[in-house]
Structure formats: structure tokens, C-alpha cells
Design a protein around this ligand. Structure first.
Ligand code: 1YM
Length: 680
């Protein structure tokens, strides 16, 4: 029903926006995204100066903390990737040098070295000193699709560097230009020698007066993003190196299969149910009402696995569109239409049975949707939702056609897929029945609350908090110590079920999970309605030991898979109980980490050996202490749980909570150094 409604609005929109589309064959000469080889420097338009970037770096790179620092690398790499997409570059090197600077090289044509009319200086200097200068803004020739935060480019990196140098190999020569702090050119582009190859070499040192928090590049962050870039741009070889460590680190990524191999990589730990990856691509020329035309490229890869989750990830111009958008909508419409059509045609679905829902079809599906668009429009809270309406139909028709062909040509695999979808539909129906019968048994509707819940008096969700507490004794202290008006307590008995390993029906049968769903009162995904939650804050309160962390990760897995928007909308918190208590002159002092304890010892001038208490569990605190230290809104510390990267989170939950042991070991090995307070 839901999908039929969507289909109607989609068609209406397609009529309204006056966009005509025309299919083009892959490899079609006219359609090839190949920039004009005769492009010269005149195409560059001058827009703004660099001072603005240094005044408000956040506007250009989001933040001056670690993500912003790494953004500098993405901007330079984007230019190299564009050169690869234009068909001129096959190899990109990214190196973290011994001194902490970064060098990016490519074997493309090299940035043009001739003088730009408008600026009177070389194209290299223009690209690195003029905001928004780039082929994209020229009228003819340049085709830029890969894009950073605002597609801001090389000049922003230069503006935020202590120094930056560019070497270009082009027309038989080697050219060189260095910029000082803030992007000031030290002279002009000079020919310093000969070269028998072509390409661009850029090295930069981030400005520590801008990046005050950190200027240290993290190898794993760079490596993971570059691996993703290699998957998204098939055939491009990307080499990443870290020369700061002995022996140096070096990894190479090159995937001839592109996103097809990406899906295999993501699906491996989830256990694929089929060998093939269903893959399709297409290019369409779009003509807008204005008469302007653009060429849009879309490719999609999908494969089913044994899990119960949907892992559908979408990209536009190599950027993860976390909030989805028209490309994902087109994909969902197509899989719904084709799967149901095929199921009916092959008599898998009887005439009198209902259609499968998109949620049934998505269960256990891993898919990557990647589009390249010369003029993407982004919407949504974090501007990561693709808005271009013409993309919906393009993706839907490409997927529709290929998926139907695949099913018709591979009947045994088609049967496996339909069987999986049918069992998802059955499980969902059974879960619905189970939920309904619980409601009926209690003679009440959804408002039935679990017996173990000590609810709060207020009915205004905005001021209400639900504490999910490990263990009965801590639950008892929390119940007695809380602010009864606004704080509710739900004690958990022992460990909760690992939802990563069971289907929805089994999860619902678990008493602890049922209690949480009832207490929160807003259903579960895909129907979870965050506007109906009974508490603004859901606080996980567990012991500060290994068991406590395990319960915490089990709870987070549950929220991530069953109530994702509870996390994404910022309603999930982790309570921070103190680790130490020091009694001094009959007054208690609480410390939440080792550094605080050391500071306190110094402040109170305590002698070595002065006794202090180390809290092993919440149960060691009495009701009053627990409230004072951990629950009192005026004094407590809480961590809000956020998802920076849903794709990474999906992988982490699969690896940590799934069946396969190896990825868990690798994850723990790679991340052990980030863990500060591990209590073993
Ligand atoms: C390590 C970073 O910047 N490579 C790079 C950049 C450009 C070109 C080639 C290029 C583009 C075009 C024509 C075109 C850029 N050129 C410009 C501008 N690697 C790196 N490789 N010829 C060469 O877009 O048509 C901006 S980026 F504007 F000068 F053409």
C-alpha cells in the first residue's frame, strides 16, 4: 500500500518537472564522460579570495577537528579522481610522509600550465588560489563529478595549509610552484626540468594555527576512504602509504569489478545466499525545461545474504548519501515492482495472495547504488539526501530492466531469492500476530507497559527519561534514588538477546526486548515512529566492566537494527558512572577517569597510599550516591550516541555481533589502540 502511494506521486512528479530523458548505450561515443582535450586555462572563472576560507574554515570543510583535517586529503584526491573519470588517469598515490605531510600524485594530463586570461597567472596558480576555480565552472570542456563538501577544491586546501607545493609534468616539462602559509604563492609557476611522463604531484602541510585540535593524519581513515573510492571508481589503482612507521605501511586498491566487488566484500561476513552479484549500469541524457542537457550515469550492484537486515548504501559523485534520496527511491520502486511481477508470473505468488512489501524484499539484501551527476542537488538535515527528481526514473528503469532479465535467466537463483523473501514476509506476519496477541491478552492497546518498568509521573515525553539498567540491585538503587517525576527505570535481567543472530519474530519473543519496545512505545522499524516515543532520552546504564560493555553493545545493536532513528535523532545516551570515590574530611569526591583521580590527589595533596574506592559495579552505590553521581541532570555526565557513518556502523555491527569470528578479531586488533578504559 505504502509503495503504491509512492509510485503515484513519483509519476505525478515526473510529469510535472518537464524533464525528458533519453537512454544511451554504455560506451556510446556521444555519451562518454570525456573532457575536451583542447581545454585550456581560459575556461577558468574567477570567483572569490582565500581569506574568507581562513576566517570561516567550518563553512568550507565542516570542522577544523580531525574530520576537517582529513577533508583536505579528499579534496586533492577528488581532483585526481576527476582526472581518472575523464579517462586520462589510471594511478593515484597517497602518501603520509615521515614529517606528517601528505603527498598526492596522479598520472593524468597534469594541471594546465598556460596563463589564464582572467587572472593573468598560470592555471596551476589559479586553481590553487582562486576559490571555486576549476573545469566545472568553465563553459566548455571540463567535467567534474567527484565532489567534496561543497565541491570547493584545491584552493581551500591551500588556504588552510602552512605550505603547499605543486609539481606538474606536462608538455615534456616539469613545472613547480610553492605556496606559503594561507596559500600565498612564492613566485610564479616555473619550469624546473624535463619530464617524459605526465601527471600532478601535490604535497601539503596543514596549518596548525587552523587545525588546533590535531594535525595528525590517521592512516586507517585515509585507507578506508581510499578503498571505498577504488570500489566506486572501477579500474582506478589507488596506492596508500604511511612512512611515519617502521616498517612503512602500504596497501593497494584496484577493483576491475567496482561496486560489484564492493557488494561481495560487504556481504562476505553476512554469508551470501547466491554466487552472482546482480549488476547493472546505464547512462542517460537528460534535457531540462531550460534546454540544458546533462548526462547522468548510474550503476547498481546487489546480492542477498542470510542476515535479516537491509544494507542499502547509496552514493552520488562518490559521496555517501546517508539520507538516501531519489536514487534510493528509484531502486526501491524497481525491486518492489519487478520482484512482485516475477513472483506472479512464475506462479510463486498465488493469485489470491498479497504482494510482498519492499521491507520483505529488502531483508538480507546488500546493495550499492552509485550515480554520477554533473549538477547534484542535496537536501535533508545533513545535506546528504539526493534531490534531483530525474534520477528516480533513471535508476528505476535501469534496475527494473536488469533485475527482470536476471531473474528470467537464472530461475534457480530467482527461486532462492523468492523463498528468502517469502520467509521474511511470513516472519513479519507472525511477529505482527505475536505483538497483537500480547496486546489483546492484556485487554489494552499499545499502551500496555511492562510490569518491571517503574514509570515516571510526567506524561510529557520531552521531559521524560528512561534508564535501562543492568541487574536487579542497581535497578533497585536507581528506582529509589531517581527523580520520580521525570525518570523511569527499566531493569534488565542478565544479558539481552543478540538481535544480529535472530529474525524479528524470535527477537519479539524475548521478554527483555518486548519490555523495551513496550516501554518506549513507538513500535519497531520499519514502522518505528520516533514522534511517538514516550521518553526523550533513553539512557543505557551499565557497569564499567567487560560485562557492562557487552550489554551496552547488545543494546546498541538492538536500537540500531530495530529503532534506528532513535539513535540518528539523538535520543540514545550512555550514562557515565564514576570510577572512583575518595573520602576526604568526611566529604566524598567522585572521579570519572584516571586523569581526574590524579588531579584530585594533587589538589587535595594526598599522600601516596591514601585509600580510595574503585567502583566495580553500579550496585556498589546506594540510591542516593547513584542519583548524585550518575542520574542527577544537574551533575551527571552522559554520552549521546551518534552515527557518523551508517555504512561503517553496519559493518561494525555485522563484524562484532555476527557469526563470523575473523572480522571480529581483525576489528578488535585494529581498534585496540583506540580503547582507553578497557577493564579486563
Ligand atoms: C594530485 C592532484 O589535481 N590532477 C589534475 C587536475 C586537473 C587536471 C588534471 C586537468 C583538468 C582539465 C584539463 C579539465 C585540473 N585542471 C584544472 C583546470 N591531482 C590533480 N589533473 N587538463 C588537466 O578539467 O579540463 C582544475 S583541476 F581548471 F586548470 F583545468
Amino acid at each position: 500500500m505504502e509503495d503504491e502511494k509512492k509510485e503515484e506521486t513519483v509519476q505525478a512528479e515526473e510529469k510535472d518537472d518537464g524533464i525528458k530523458t533519453k537512454s544511451l548505450e554504455i560506451g556510446d561515443e556521444a555519451a562518454n564522460i570525456k573532457a575536451d582535450e583542447h581545454y585550456t586555462a581560459e575556461n577558468i572563472q574567477v570567483l572569490e579570495g582565500l581569506e574568507a576560507v581562513r576566517k570561516r574554515p567550518g563553512m568550507y570543510i565542516g570542522t577544523t577537528a580531525s574530520p576537517g583535517l582529513h577533508h583536505l586529503v579528499w579534496e586533492i584526491v577528488d581532483n585526481a579522481i576527476d582526472e581518472a573519470l575523464a579517462g586520462f588517469c589510471s594511478l593515484i598515490n597517497v602518501t603520509i610522509n615521515k614529517d606528517g605531510t601528505v603527498t598526492v600524485t596522479d598520472n593524468g594530463r597534469g594541471i594546465p600550465v598556460d596563463i589564464v586570461d582572467k587572472t593573468g597567472v598560470s592555471a596551476v596558480e589559479t586553481v590553487y588560489t582562486v576559490l571555486h576555480a576549476g573545469g566545472k565552472f568553465g563553459e566548455g570542456g571540463g567535467y567534474k563529478v567527484s565532489g567534496g563538501l561543497h565541491g570547493v577544491g584545491a584552493s581551500v586546501v591551500n588556504a588552510l595549509s602552512e605550505w603547499l607545493e605543486v609539481k606538474v609534468h606536462r608538455d615534456g616539462g616539469e613545472y613547480y610552484l610553492k605556496f606559503g602559509r594561507g596559500g600565498k604563492p612564492e613566485g610564479h609557476l616555473k619550469k624546473i626540468g624535463d619530464a617524459d611522463d605526465t601527471g600532478t604531484i601535490v604535497t601539503f602541510k596543514p596549518d596548525d594555527t587552523i587545525f588546533t585540535e590535531t594535525t595528525t593524519f590517521v592512516y586507517e581513515i585515509i585507507r578506508d576512504r581510499l578503498r571505498q573510492m577504488a570500489y566506486l571508481n572501477k579500474g582506478v589503482k589507488i596506492v596508500v602509504q604511511d612512512l611515519r612507521v617502521e616498517p612503512a605501511l602500504k596497501e593497494e586498491f584496484c577493483y576491475e569489478g567496482g561496486i560489484k566487488e564492493y557488494v561481495q566484500y560487504l556481504n562476505k561476513p553476512k554469508g551470501p545466499i547466491m554466487e552472482d552479484v546482480i549488476y547493472c549500469e546505464g547512462r542517460e541524457e537528460v534535457e531540462y525545461v531550460s534546454g540544458k542537457t546533462s548526462i547522468i550515469y548510474a550503476e547498481i550492484a546487489m546480492q542477498y545474504n542470510t542476515s535479516y537486515n537491509a544494507s542499502i548504501f547509496s552514493f552520488c559523485n562518490n559521496i555517501n548519501t546517508h539520507e538516501g534520496g531519489t536514487h534510493e527511491e528509484g531502486f526501491r520502486l524497481a525491486i518492489n515492482r519487478v520482484i512482485n511481477d516475477y513472483a506472479r508470473k512464475s506462479k510463486f505468488l498465488k493469485d489470491d495472495s498479497e504482494n510482498f512489501t519492499t521491507d520483505d524484499i529488502k531483508e538480507g539484501l546488500t546493495a550499492i547504488i552509485s550515480v554520477k551527476h554533473p549538477d547534484p542537488q542535496y537536501e535533508g538535515q545533513t545535506k546528504t539526501k539526493l534531490g534531483n527528481s530525474e534520477v528516480r526514473k533513471i535508476v528505476s528503469s535501469i534496475v527494473g530492466e536488469h533485475l527482470m532479465t536476471f531473474l528470467l535467466e537464472n530461475p534457480p537463483v530467482a527461486k532462492l531469492i523468492l523463498t528468502k523473501i517469502a520467509s521474511a514476509a511470513e516472519a513479519r506476519a507472525a511477529a505482527r500476530k505475536a505483538q497483537e496477541s500480547v496486546r489483546r491478552k492484556n485487554g489494552l492497546d499499545i499502551t500496555t507497559l511492562p510490569g518491571k518498568l517503574a514509570d515516571c509521573q510526567s506524561h510529557d515525553p520531552k521531559e521524560c527519561e528512561l534508564y535501562i539498567v543492568e541487574g536487579n540491585s542497581a535497578g533497585g538503587s536507581a528506582k529509589n534514588g531517581r527523580d520520580r517525576r521525570t525518570q523511569a527505570i527499566l531493569p534488565l535481567r542478565g544479558k539481552i538477546l543478540n538481535v544480529e543472530k535472530v529474525d524479528q519474530q524470535r527477537a519479539f519473543e524475548n521478554a527483555e526486548i518486548g519490555n523495551m519496545i513496550m516501554a518506549i512505545g513507538a513500535g519497531v522499524d520499519p514502522e518505528f515512529d520516533v514522534s511517538k516515543i514516550r521518553y526523550d532520552k533513553v539512557v543505557i546504564m551499565t557497569d564499567a566492566d567487560v560485562d557492562g560493555s557487552h550489554i551496552r553493545i547488545l543494546l546498541l545493536t538492538f536500537f540500531f537494527r530495530f529503532m534506528k532513528s532513535l539513535i540518528t535523532e539523538g535520543h540514545v545516551y550512555i550514562a557515565q558512572p564514576p570510577l572512583y570515590k575518595v573520602e576526604y574530611h568526611q566529604k566524598p569526591y567522585y572521579c570519572y577517569n584516571d586523569a581526574q583521580l590524579e588531579d584530585l590527589k594533587k589538589k587535595l595533596q594526598l599522600k601516596a597510599g591514601y585509600p580510595f574506592q574503585r567502583y566495580k559495579g553500579l550496585g556498589e552505590m546506594d540510591a542516593e550516591q547513584l542519583f548524585e553521581t550518575t542520574m542527577d541532570p544537574k551533575a551527571r555526565k552522559m554520552l549521546r550516541v551518534t552515527i557518523k557513518d551508517a555504512m561503517l556502523a553496519d559493518q561494525i555491527f555485522t563484524n562484532l555481533m555476527g557469526d563470523d569470528v575473523m572480522p571480529r578479531k581483525t576489528f578488535i586488533h585494529e581498534n585496540a589502540k583506540f580503547v582507553k578504559n578497557l577493564d579486563l
